[in-house]
Design a protein around this ligand. Structure first.
Ligand code: OTD
Ligand code: ZN
Ligand code: ZN
Length: 376
């Protein structure tokens, strides 16, 4: 255990100062700093209205860009919708913010190849999201016939190098909820990739060892995965520890410890196929703490702290920056950010709640102490 040192890390996380030993009597001082290329969030729900205004500044503080999910009500299905949504996001950002929202379209059975062309030409839309109908929050307008009705749009996406972002779970109620990702891989994802080998695909928020095994068989640069903080730090026991924990309920649902460990090893291995995607998905408190609570964890205020903690505990801090800041833009064919962000290892308390005009939001790990704090 390090307890007498000040460690300074440069962008590749190698110590740049020699370890400064304090004198024998003063052995408690610990200060660790980490400088990273500004990270991006490749999977984010920003919502709309006053919820958007309440949550967007948290993402804009820590991230340079974010892939903004289109599951509003009604969903963002056209480039015109995406442009209007982007404008409403820009309006609520702090005046000095240079946060860049990268927009997505919600794939439906009727998305046309022409809409994909318009999306590409717009320079505003960066991906198209596949929600199997009924798989997660606001997915009721999602796809029912991927290999039939959606094929022309998917072929155009492959042509235009427009990534398909996938919520990778089957929705068949006969399939056990803990097996839905595995069954999706075998029945949808693998056949899709065989049919359209040039289509760029991101398997979003992976939760199982099955997904890791699958990603490893795929071509780097064509198929990748995002990983959330909750699926790296929690397993399914957390849902029931000390009572039912609605603020840990998200979809895909948390899995067994063995799956968490496998995903953790994958992201800290240095593979370029994994990158940061928080899946931060805020809901008003009453909608979570309810007899029919909705799925989604608001992790934007804590995500970067948690990813850092995870890599630190795995002894892989030197791999953190590629995961947070390089692998995502490289996959999307976008430049890496040039600005930097600093994280300092010092205890800070996560707010208990975030108030906004229609109620309040409970962030992940509300009221708990975390170690790493982004500073500017
Ligand atoms: N999962 N909640 C939401 C989306 C995600 O599947 C997802 O991407 C949401 O509330 O939009 C959730 O649990
Ligand atoms: Zn999803
Ligand atoms: Zn999501």
């Amino acid at each position: 255990m390090i307890n007498t040192s000040t460690l300074l890390y440069n962008a590749s996380n190698l110590p740049i100062s020699s370890i400064r030993r304090s004198n024998k009597l003063n052995i408690k001082a610990v200060k660790m700093e980490l400088t990273l290329t500004r990270p991006d969030d490749w999977h984010l729900h920003l919502r709309d209205g006053d919820l958007l205004a309440a949550v967007a500044p948290y993402s804009a503080r820590d991230f340079g860009r974010a892939i903004v999910m289109p599951n509003l009500r009604p969903p963002i299905t056209t480039t015109a919708d995406a442009i209007a949504y982007r404008e409403s996001i820009m309006k609520v950002l702090p005046a000095d913010s240079d946060f860049n929202p990268l927009m997505t379209l919600y794939l439906t059975d009727t998305t046309s190849p022409n809409e994909i062309k318009l999306a590409k030409e717009s320079g505003v839309v960066y991906a198209v999201k596949l929600y199997p109908a009924g798989a997660t929050t606001n997915s009721q307008d999602g796809v029912t016939d991927l290999f039939g009705k959606c094929l022309p749009a998917l072929q155009e996406m492959a042509e235009q190098s427009m990534p398909l972002l996938v919520h990778g779970e089957v929705t068949d109620p006969d399939v056990d909820i803990f097996d839905r990702e595995k069954v999706f891989i075998e029945t949808v994802l693998r056949p899709l990739i065989q049919k359209l080998p040039r289509l760029k695909v991101v398997m979003e928020h992976i939760t199982t060892a099955d997904a890791v095994k699958f990603i490893e068989t795929c071509k780097e640069g064509t198929v990748a995965a995002t990983v959330t903080p909750q699926h790296l730090v929690l397993n399914r026991n957390s849902l029931f520890q000390g009572g039912l924990q609605p603020h840990y309920y998200c979809l895909p649902v948390l899995k067994r410890e063995i799956h968490r460990q496998t995903i953790l090893s994958a992201v800290t291995s240095g593979s370029k196929q994994y990158f940061l995607g928080t899946d931060s998905a805020p809901h008003e408190r009453q909608r979570k703490e309810s007899s029919c609570g909705c799925a989604g964890i608001f992790n934007a205020p804590v995500a970067l702290s948690l990813y850092t903690k995870i890599f630190e505990e795995a002894g892989a801090l030197e791999k953190l920056e590629a995961f947070t800041s390089f692998n995502g833009p490289d996959f999307y064919g976008l430049p890496r950010n040039t600005s930097k962000i600093k994280l300092t290892k010092r205890p800070w308390k996560v707010p208990e709640r975030i108030l906004f005009p229609s109620g309040e939001i409970v962030p992940m790990f509300a009221g708990q102490m975390l170690d790493w704090k982004p500073s500017f």
